[in-house]
Write a protein that binds this ligand. Sequence first.
Ligand SMILES: *Cc1c(COP(=O)(O)O)cnc(C)c1O
Ligand SMILES: [Zn+2]
Length: 368
Amino acid sequence: MNYICIDCRSRYSLDSNKWKCKCGGLLNLEYEKKAVDFAKTSLSRNHSLWKYIDVLPFEMEDVWQEITLGEGDTPLIKISENLFAKAEYYMPTLSFKDRGAVLLISIAKKLGINRVIADSSGNAGTAIAAYGARAGIQCDIFVPESTSSKKIKQIEAHGAVIHKVPGTREDTAMAAIAMVENTHSFYASHIYNPIFWEGTKTYVYEVFEQLNGKMPDVFIVPVGNGTLLMGAYIAFQELMENGQIKRMPKILAVQAENCAPIVHSFTKGRNTVEPVKSFETLAEGIAIAVPARGTEILQAIRATDGDIIGVTEESIIQARKELALKGIYVEITSAANYAGYLKYVEKYPGLKNQQIVFPLCGAGLKSN
Ligand SMILES: *Cc1c(COP(=O)(O)O)cnc(C)c1O
Ligand SMILES: [Zn+2]
């Protein structure tokens, strides 16, 4: 298994601690995968994402056994005839980021690393801090100063060193990267390290199995840095390659209108994402003005014949209320997904007859 540059195809071993190619290109992961045997997994008594071990970069008897907190295998809740919500707030740290974090920290542990650095708008940092604590790995977590105090408390509780950075989310990333470079540490980044997506892809494997081996027509996914989106797309590709699905489901992506660089580039037909003027949004978890993986995100949406839209602040608040009145309490960022669903149904009335899954990414108590 190694990292491979998406531009010049240079390869790096995992213990190189590389997070970017010497040419400046982003790194993807290259390794031998098998196919999931769904006849076997459906009978598995392992109720976590690790039942998909055949498509994960680990062996059965491996270091993950000491690090897992039972993440994954989250409920799929039927909202109406064709609409399902995947309840990712059932995760150990109450957001889907645990899917990626458990893999990243397991790899770090396997490499004998004792300190990692990460930056996040909150939930990824929380997940890294929790698994880091479990693995006995010291974590330095960088967050924007404006991050919800609940998330900051959660990170601190796990014993991580927290660095609150004034300014934008990009300033936070730069501060983390500076420390990575100065200390030659492992950068446990959910954006740069492709191992994270190996975890988030299990979201799709679970849905496929929960719908009895039938893919929904549409996955609604939020996009900040695109970690759930990229994971979903990798799963679609694997399932296609292994002949387990015949066509790709559509990705219908959602951003907050106040910070929507990918919506902007997509509508303009561009292949790269340029920074756009953005405004504050209550959806802190997807407020990414300069997504590092923008080009790959655009490619993934287009490859599924998908779409991306922005939702307003008012519609996010309204969607959160509506979900709560159905018994579902999500953090504010996460309500953008349901707001996105409601807007998509107006844009494409035919969607009413299609099977759709949207995620409940984070728990309601995470928001201030
Ligand atoms: C991380 C996160 C997202 C999606 O963000 P990406 O940066 O695209 O991975 C959405 N909602 C919540 C609650 C999150 O924590
Ligand atoms: Zn390169």
